[in-house]
Design a protein around this ligand. Structure first.
Ligand code: FMN
Length: 251
């Protein structure tokens, strides 16, 4: 049977991260519409344990781009969002009602991060619906302390990801990066470890071919080789300390 894909599925499946933007601002009403729509993400226990700092100031973007590992698109995009996990509002609620704020388990760090991620994906998809594009920026966690100071993040707030938004440069449309075969990510009824190695081998071939074509042979490695190297080093060790300093007295 031929299934006609709805527009939303087409939009999701045409995703690619955008790192080259036109020198064109985002219209205020468009940005407002995207931001307001993103709030309709589902949220754990209706906590809405997130907040978004909207940065347009060129100097702030420049500083953030440095903090994010000198990623040029952070300063080049017209709007940079910093999506945070946020228990500041929960803290106020606790104070108002004489309750304690129990945030010493990993659970609430996850809750805030998941809420932030759901809103972030809504922001990206909402942007795409208006012809905008963007890229999420984990580099915002490189130096969370500096980000906290620059953006005046109060206690119980930490950055989860940044997001560059803008009108994509049509002359620089990026290739779409292939995803893993479905056998590596979906499991019927129970997890099927036996299906994973073959799926990864298949994906290595797909990614090796993708990089070979995209870089005219300068890069040929597959996914497992690349990610094994990446995951071999501990990253952002200071982040745990910053999260604790913000008030999450993790055990
Ligand atoms: C939470 C998160 C953080 C990311 N951080 C960065 C980043 O700091 N810099 C960057 O260039 N891309 C970043 N990306 C984009 C990923 O590299 C990209 O999504 C992935 O390689 C797949 O490519 P695609 O989005 O074009 O399909 C991030 C993506 C996510 C979801």
């Amino acid at each position: 049977m031929f299934l006609k894909k709805p527009e939303t599925i087409e939009l999701i499946e045409s995703h690619r991260s955008i790192r080259k933007f036109l020198d064109r601002p985002i219209e205020p009403d468009v940005l407002e519409s995207i931001l307001h729509a993103a709030r309709w993400a589902p949220t754990s226990h209706n906590m809405q344990a997130y907040s978004v700092v909207i940065v347009k100031n060129p100097e702030t973007k420049r500083k953030l781009s440095e903090v994010c590992g000198d990623q040029r698109y952070v300063r080049e995009c017209p709007v940079f969002l910093v999506v945070c996990a946020d228990f500041y509002k929960l803290r106020l609620a606790s104070e108002m009602h004489g309750e304690t704020l129990a945030v010493e388990e990993l659970e609430n760090v996850l809750v805030g991060s998941v809420d932030a991620a759901l809103v972030a994906q809504n922001l990206l998809l909402g942007s795409r619906a208006y012809g905008l594009g963007g890229v999420m920026i984990g580099g915002i966690r490189n130096d969370a302390q500096a980000v906290g100071e620059l953006l005046k993040l109060p206690e119980y707030v930490f950055p989860v990801m940044g997001m560059c938004l803008g009108y994509p440069d049509p002359d620089k449309e990026p290739w779409q990066k292939p995803r893993m075969p479905v056998q590596a990510v979906f499991h019927e009824e129970t997890y099927h470890t036996e299906a994973v190695p073959a799926a990864l081998t298949e994906y290595d071939e797909i990614m090796s071919d993708y990089y070979t074509r995209r870089t005219d042979g300068r890069r040929t490695s597959g996914w497992t080789e690349q990610l094994a190297a990446y995951i071999s080093k501990p990253r952002r060790k200071e982040l745990t300390e910053f999260i604790k300093k913000q008030g999450f007295n993790l055990k």
